[in-house]
Design a protein around this ligand. Sequence first.
Ligand code: NAG
Ligand code: NAG
Ligand code: NAG
Ligand code: NAG
Ligand code: NAG
Ligand code: NAG
Length: 279
Amino acid sequence: MRGFSVVVLSAVLHYVEVAFSSPIASNATAAQLANRKRHWSIGYVVFPGWEPLDVFGPMEILYEMSIYANMTLSVIGKEVGPVSTVPPPHQMDPGGPIMDLSFLLGPTITATHTPETAPPLDFIFVPGGEGGVVLEKQNDTWVEDFIASRADEAQYLLSVCTGSAFLAKSGVLSGKKATTNKSAWDKVVGNGKNVTWVPSARWVEDGKVWTSSGVAAGLDMTYTFMKHLYGTDDIDQVMNIIEYAPHQDPHWDPFSLVWNVPGANKNGSMVGCAGPAGY
Ligand SMILES: *[C@@H]1O[C@H](CO)[C@@H](O)[C@H](O)[C@H]1NC(C)=O
Ligand SMILES: *[C@@H]1O[C@H](CO)[C@@H](O)[C@H](O)[C@H]1NC(C)=O
Ligand SMILES: *[C@@H]1O[C@H](CO)[C@@H](O)[C@H](O)[C@H]1NC(C)=O
Ligand SMILES: *[C@@H]1O[C@H](CO)[C@@H](O)[C@H](O)[C@H]1NC(C)=O
Ligand SMILES: *[C@@H]1O[C@H](CO)[C@@H](O)[C@H](O)[C@H]1NC(C)=O
Ligand SMILES: *[C@@H]1O[C@H](CO)[C@@H](O)[C@H](O)[C@H]1NC(C)=O
């Protein structure tokens, strides 16, 4: 019991500390100040085989930002209930062997809504993960159908990693620039029409659509997205609370070289880079 009270007290103190230590002086624009005052309805789309950090990287930042900003979260699955990071067994090719990935760690997230019951959404986050391939093999288009049905209402559509394949298939990337998982480049860029895929980019912002490179890049995209929305005051505080130093140059992309992405910028991508493992 004592241990529990200590945890609760430290959470309260943490809240008080961050809530009152935020800088008073602000250089936020009028639009950013207005954004801080409003409520934002956030939707996360999940499917069996979602990539953990694609969801929880941005979620960590949003979670801490919800100290300062009024946000609500809906997790949208094909059905409500637990959705695992383990994709179901699937065939990569017709007549080929069954790929069974049940040896992977399988934490779950609870889907609170279905495409039919989801409330109006201001931001829609779309993660990647091996499960995207499974949906494709099963000809199951529910994720891209959902995105297409909510694209007009949403103020922002954001994807991490191979999540941009769903955005491309939904049509929202037509006429736009985007990026994706550098280790799955060839597979993703075949999706969607009229998309300008950017080979060297940590993330790409094009109007209301933001797409990031693989997995951990979602943290950097979300940092910049929060800064765009609210100004720097609170998000910089959040970065110090979570002790993460975001990459702030969207052109920083050593992984475009590691994965030999065609057209990668050999000059700029490694600037300021300590060096990817083994590279
Ligand atoms: C606000 O100040 C921060 C830190 O000084 C700076 O990085 C940022 O660009 C400024 N933002 C605006 C909108 O002027
Ligand atoms: C957050 O926004 C919702 C929806 O507009 C509203 O019902 C709620 O009272 C707000 N909460 C706070 C703490 O302002
Ligand atoms: C990134 O692409 C590689 C190669 O296709 C794939 O194995 C991996 O699952 C992808 N990562 C995610 C998170 O989708
Ligand atoms: C998916 O569609 C393709 C092309 O129409 C078809 O060949 C394949 O059998 C379908 N797969 C499933 C699992 O229904
Ligand atoms: C492709 O996108 C451009 C804008 O970049 C737009 O002008 C053009 O109409 C689009 N083409 C098609 C076929 O959608
Ligand atoms: C790389 O640098 C060289 C020499 O400065 C320059 O000629 C070339 O255009 C650059 N390439 C890219 C893709 O930036």
